[in-house]
Ligand binder design. Structure first.
Ligand SMILES: CC(C)(COP(=O)(O)OP(=O)(O)OC[C@H]1O[C@@H](n2cnc3c(N)ncnc32)[C@H](O)[C@@H]1OP(=O)(O)O)[C@@H](O)C(=O)NCCC(=O)NCCS
Length: 178
């Protein structure tokens, strides 16, 4: 991580969001202290959801992996968690992230939503928030590689105005935002 980057937690991006079913959820930047909750979140995901995100079946993750996924610099790498209250406890139910590609104004984005929280509009709202943060950090383009069978992700991206190029094995998605 670059020593010049101020890694202060950007609390200004914490925001309450109402989902399509009327339920409330908190979007907030991820932090290192989320590692245990991130691991619980990851272990609740179905195999299909994990496969669609990583495009292979990774072995079980451990706390070191979790820490890696929860460590960002809030400029070149950024992630939002969506946090719901379940049985009076805070629970991570989705993560959307970007990672800047070396030396430019383009970042790769990825989403993963807990199965029972899918199709409630979470990723649609996460894209908007990631684009806002990206713009503030001089990122002008998002890219994503998506499996062609991942109709949900392709639909979310297309609805948001991503331009899509298909290759034989993967759809390559690119968005230049204003
Ligand atoms: C793909 C994924 C991120 C979509 O997130 P989501 O929060 O469920 O998507 P949204 O609720 O914002 O859906 C937006 C639109 O996509 C479409 N859509 C999403 N999921 C769908 C599904 N299962 N079936 C049909 N349409 C679907 C809907 O048309 C919806 O539009 P609407 O507002 O008209 O209903 C989520 O399903 C997921 O985590 N999948 C597994 C991991 C993955 O594929 N990651 C992508 C790698 S980059």
């Amino acid at each position: 991580m670059s020593p010049e980057i101020d890694v202060t937690y950007p609390a200004q991006y914490e925001t309450n969001v109402i989902l399509k079913d009327g339920s409330a959820i908190l979007f907030r930047p991820i932090k290192k202290t989320d590692a245990e909750d991130w691991l619980d979140f990851y272990r609740r995901l179905s195999k299909k959801t994990v496969y669609l995100r990583f495009q292979y079946n990774p072995p079980d993750m451990d706390i070191e992996d979790a820490l890696r996924f929860c460590t960002v610099d809030y400029v070149n790498s950024f992630a939002f968690v969506a946090e719901a209250i379940v049985a009076q406890r805070k629970r991570i139910v989705a993560v959307g992230r970007y990672s800047r590609l070396p030396g430019g104004d383009t970042a790769e984005i990825a989403f993963i939503i807990e199965d029972k929280y899918q199709v409630k509009g979470i990723s649609t709202k996460l894209i908007e928030w990631l684009a806002t943060v990206g713009r503030n950090n001089e990122i002008s383009t998002f890219e994503a590689f998506v499996l062609p069978e991942n109709k949900s992700m392709l639909e979310v991206f297309q609805d948001y105005g991503f331009h899509m190029k298909r290759t034989l094995k993967k759809a390559f998605i690119i968005l230049h935002f204003p």
